[in-house]
Design a protein around this ligand. Sequence first.
Ligand code: C2E
Ligand code: CA
Ligand code: CA
Ligand code: CA
Length: 274
Amino acid sequence: AKANGRGRHTFFTTAMEEQVRARENLARELRRAIDHDQLSLVYQPQTTINGRKVLAVEALVRWNHPTRGQISPASFIPLAEETGLINDLGLWVLRRACRDAARWPHLKLAVNISPIQFRHPQFIERLASILSATGFNPHRLEIEVTENVFSHEDPLVLQMLQRVQQKGIRVALDDFGTGYSSLSYLRQFPFDTLKIDRGFIAGLETSPHASAILGTIINLGEALGMSVVAEGIETEHQASFLRLTNCDRLQGYYLSRPVPADEIGDVEIRLARQ
Ligand code: C2E
Ligand code: CA
Ligand code: CA
Ligand code: CA
């Protein structure tokens, strides 16, 4: 860089330093947010394919920043992963979700687990201690992981997956179809649930091949003995297409947006009436 001349070197360094500092500040604030209850959870229902009955809820984290307002998880989860804060954040989410979900003993609870959190050597012990501290039935819990969990050549990952399942916890493969080798992961790892990425559902209205691909993925999941969840359902058209398939659960704005815990009961009543 120095060979390019002093001015340029200084310019880049300053811009980079500023970026680094901004991230450090945000990371510090995120640390504080975890410790001082600035995080909250909303829950999005997953319904039967007729859309009338709620079967499960997916917990989704929110950061209510005192000055910046609500920050999207799409921007702070990556920061949490880079800084290692994801481990504490993820435990906070699990603890809170298991407590909240005590109000809905008839529903399953789905919680997103980052690859870094999943691969942490103490993850399973910590998960087990949260379940026992909250008295949460492990059979009601489903953790959602993406194929990034498996992208490292690590034979321990299969063992971890099986240890989680031995506790009665189900494991869902999230965002299915967006990665590079989704099919080979299905062959190697015994997932309980397949969550089809919403890109396939969004394509239904526009791409002539989308319905064939979607139908085939659903049948594949079914044939492998998995529960199949379609997410990102936004329209009546998409919902009625899925009604003709073997899909097990629907999730998306068409059925319900993610809502605070105390609104889940109202959503159940609304869906049952329609
Ligand atoms: P995800 O796991 O794929 O979660 C689904 C995302 O799609 C959520 O965004 C949800 O609000 C949104 N969504 C639901 N229905 C629809 C729909 O019909 N149309 C569209 N366009 N979007 C829909 P959200 O809450 O912003 O979360 C974004 C991502 O952040 C999640 O994607 C997940 O990867 C991550 N995330 C959220 N909460 C957590 C958490 O507690 N832990 C970890 N590790 N990651 C989380
Ligand atoms: Ca998810
Ligand atoms: Ca997803
Ligand atoms: Ca099925």
